[in-house]
Design a protein around this ligand. Structure first.
Ligand SMILES: Nc1ncnc2c1ncn2[C@@H]1O[C@H](COP(=O)(O)OP(=O)(O)OP(=O)(O)O)[C@@H](O)[C@H]1O
Length: 295
């Protein structure tokens, strides 16, 4: 047991990591497929998400972003290493971690057969929002994502962007300190993508909530994330603000006067993001899943 483990009482937050929203130290996760086959999805990751920031986990399909997020949200066990959320150890005190989180997974989490309001109200009940506050909190969450007018319509009639905003409202209704978004804009058109980000930015400005987001859209990360970790093949290849990472590329390769985050990825991962992403089965599967929910 490490010194950090022995400090975690679960009641009193750890004094060292409690100031940070998320701390991963030496995080590992391996999927075992039977017959001795295994995939090391996350390989000794160290990262810290500071309270109040928008932190982006970036990388191509299969980089390990979702696995990292699922360990942080306690949906997967921590294989090795340590994860803390606001000082709470995810392995030892998963319920305390869950109470602080709002999570929008890649998979559809809204029920097409319920209205927008009913979907959000369901999450308010599941996440134990006090009964007398529920109606007001549901109203606030719907308003925060601009769905007040569409609230009484069945979610089946929503566009893809509206569904994503509804899922955001579901995650926001419990007033989380940490909002975790897994590919929130995948499969959406540029206008709908902007719409999702505008709501995330507005809620964060109003509440000071911390946001952890995965994406493989480098332009979005550049615009909306305070700091980013570039992941590839289970490892964090670089971490910093977009400006810091571009500066590092400029300093080591003066030929690159104005590198983009794609150039930064190529510099640190040794390959093009497009090459790493193109033709990947899971991308096709996910895009179809998103398209399916829109149609
Ligand atoms: N349930 C699973 N069983 C076996 N292997 C898995 C499973 N989930 C993910 N993997 C593998 O773990 C690695 C990391 O996957 P992960 O989903 O974390 O990556 P990602 O960066 O989130 O990519 P994507 O954007 O495609 O979801 C990949 O090699 C993937 O094939």
């Amino acid at each position: 047991m490490t010194t950090e483990d022995t400090r975690d009482t679960g009641n009193a937050e750890d004094t060292r990591d409690a100031a940070d929203a998320v701390a991963c130290r030496g995080l590992e996760y391996t999927f075992r497929h039977g017959r001795g086959k295994a995939t090391r999805a996350v390989d000794r990751i160290d990262l810290t998400v500071r309270t109040g920031e928008v932190f982006g986990l970036l990388g191509p399909n299969g980089a390990g972003k979702t696995t990292t997020i699922r360990a942080i949200t306690t949906l997967l066990p921590v294989g090795a290493g340590m994860v803390r959320v606001f000082g709470h150890d995810a392995t030892r005190h998963p319920m305390q971690v869950r109470r602080l989180l709002g999570y929008v997974p890649q998979q559809l989490s809204a029920d097409a057969g319920l209205t927008g309001r009913e979907n959000v109200a369901l999450f308010a009940r599941v996440f134990d929002v006090p009964r007398r506050e529920r109606a007001a909190r549901v109203d606030q969450a719907l308003a925060a994502v601009d769905l007040t007018e569409a609230a009484e319509r069945m979610a089946a009639t929503y566009s893809g962007g509206m569904v994503r905003r509804l899922e955001l409202a579901q995650a926001l209704v419990s007033a989380p300190r940490l909002l975790v978004l897994d590919e929130p804009t995948i499969g959406l058109d540029p206008i709908a993508r902007t719409g999702v980000w505008e709501r995330v930015d507005a809620v964060r400005a109003a509440t000071g909530m911390t946001v952890l987001v995965t994406t493989h859209y480098m332009d979005e990360a550049d615009r909306h994330c305070d700091r980013i970790a570039l992941m590839d093949r289970g490892r964090v290849r670089a971490l910093g603000t977009p400006a810091e990472l571009k500066d590092q590329v400029r300093r080591t390769d003066p030929a690159q006067a104005a590198p983009s985050l794609d150039d930064v990825f190529r510099h640190f991962a040794g390959r093009q993001l497009a090459d790493a992403t193109e033709g990947d089965f899971s991308d096709v599967r996910r895009t179809r899943r998103t398209a399916g929910r829109v149609g």
